[in-house]
Design a protein around this ligand. Structure first.
Ligand SMILES: Cc1cc2nc3c(=O)[nH]c(=O)nc-3n(C[C@H](O)[C@H](O)[C@H](O)COP(=O)(O)OP(=O)(O)OC[C@H]3O[C@@H](n4cnc5c(N)ncnc54)[C@H](O)[C@@H]3O)c2cc1C
Length: 412
């Protein structure tokens, strides 16, 4: 055969294509091999806060193969990242997870860093398989398995627990961007201390527990302080006084929040949507504390006028700082599964996804009870979800007694 330059190029091209195809085959083979080598776990838990660690504790007791993934660098960081002066409003007797009491006197109110360290110690004590620095970007289904994608890593499991409170992403109105650039504004998630603020007035938008706590701090630091928004009510006793610490708070949290206000009781079902939309009552700070500290109440903030916050009563407020205590959203856009209703709400019953067998949630506000997003309440939900998982995987819960430590001083 006579070969000219064209024929040679064609031959080269054919060789290149064959080479390329072979290379593709090799890479396909190697990714198939990788896939077949990839371990399919029983369960992946997403989130290693109190909710994820509680689920992990019960999964370990049930003898299941699992891992816990968390975006943060250290277990406990969601507490460490909150404002510097934050102390828990629940005393230590209400701050223990299953199997390991909080290391302080029962009537002591821990700092946020002590809580963070307790969680880190909890994960280490029970040798829970936590992988930190892993931000889940997509959760989807492939074949019969759930796939969790984080950067270029993939994890697979038969079942998934999304274990986190709904406080992941700041929620603030779109008109916030219209505030004058002279005003220092931030969400409560970014607030650390008054050192971040300009001299002058501070407006807290949102009158829940965070707004009330931060308002007390800014007022004490010499800022004229206003707090806007409807009252969420307040509990009728002082948590820090002897009776409050020893009797009333444990009674309220263990009996009312944990037993009475659940999705199983008529009163619980009535209260649930109110708590989910309006927030919990003030626990530590009372309206009269705010008044005594000189904090002024104003109506809701409904927009911006000439760069200043506009109130519902038509007035504008001239302040140097605005702190949005307007709540959070779960930020579940990474869940690529049909688990959301028309209004974007999660469709689940007591944490069990309605249309997605094998997917569970733990830690959300009033998931099962008023206590579900609180430290003393999350363990019961975790235990119940793990029981459901064990049943569906055909294993029985409590298969190992490696964690037979005294329960954390509370009943289920
Ligand atoms: C200011 C404040 C004070 C509170 N004080 C109390 C109190 O005194 N007592 C009480 O009982 N409760 C209190 N709570 C309520 C509750 O106990 C806390 O919010 C607690 O942090 C909830 O724990 P969690 O594990 O459910 O969620 P989180 O603590 O929010 O932990 C969720 C974890 O999931 C991880 N995560 C989120 N998204 C991803 C992702 N895509 N990929 C990987 N990881 C991810 C995060 O990094 C985080 O570590 C308070 C809440 C707030 C906001």
């Amino acid at each position: 055969m006579e070969m000219n330059a064209g024929t040679i190029n064609e031959l080269n091209a054919t060789a290149l294509v064959e080479e390329g195809t072979a290379a593709m085959r090799l890479s396909e083979l190697s990714s198939r091999q990788k896939a077949s080598r990839r371990e399919v776990l029983d369960v992946i838990v997403i989130g290693a806060g109190q909710a994820g660690l509680s689920v992990g504790y019960h999964l370990a007791r049930a003898g299941l193969r699992f891992t816990i993934l968390d975006a943060n660098e250290r277990v406990g960081d969601s507490w460490r990242q909150r404002w510097d002066s934050l102390r828990l409003f629940t005393s230590a007797r209400l701050d223990s997870l299953d199997g390991k009491p909080f290391p302080a006197a029962g009537d002591y109110f821990p700092t946020k860093d002590e809580m963070a360290d307790y969680l880190e110690g909890y994960a280490a004590h029970f040798q829970l398989p936590v992988q930190t620095g892993v931000k889940v970007e997509r959760l989807f289904k492939r074949g019969g398995h759930y796939v969790v994608k984080a950067g270029d890593r993939e994890f697979e499991a038969l079942q998934i627990v999304v274990a986190m409170a709904g406080y992941q992403e700041p929620s603030l109105p779109a008109f916030a961007s219209g505030l004058s650039t002279d005003i220092v504004q931030m969400h409560s998630k970014a607030y650390r201390n008054p050192g971040q603020l300009k001299p002058g007035g501070v407006l807290l938008v949102g009158a829940g527990n965070s707004g009330a706590d931060i308002a007390m701090e800014t007022a004490r630091n010499g800022h004229d302080t206003w707090i806007a928004g409807p009252s969420t009510g307040s509990i009728p006793f002082r948590t820090e006084r002897f009776l409050g610490r020893m009797v009333l708070q444990p009674l309220l949290l263990r009996l009312v929040f944990h037993r009475l206000l659940t999705i199983k009781t008529p009163i619980g079902r009535k209260v649930r949507p109110i708590i989910q939309s309006k927030g919990a009552p003030l626990i530590r700070v009372k309206p009269k504390d705010l008044a005594a500290a000189g904090v002024r109440r104003v109506s809701r903030v409904i927009g911006v006028q000439d760069g200043q916050p506009l109130l519902e009563d038509g007035k504008t407020l001239f302040v140097s700082n605005v702190i949005w205590c307007s709540g959070f959203q779960p930020g579940f856009e990474w869940i690529d599964l049909p688990v959301f209703g028309k209004a974007g709400e999660l469709l689940h019953r007591g944490g069990i996804a309605e249309k997605q067998p094998g997917l569970y949630f733990v830690g959300l506000t009033f998931l099962y009870a008023m206590s579900s997003s609180m430290i003393h309440g999350v363990g019961r939900d975790a235990a119940r979800i793990v029981k459901t998982i064990s049943a569906s995987l055909g294993t029985s819960s409590n298969t190992t007694d490696a964690f037979a430590v005294a329960p954390a001083g509370r009943s289920r």
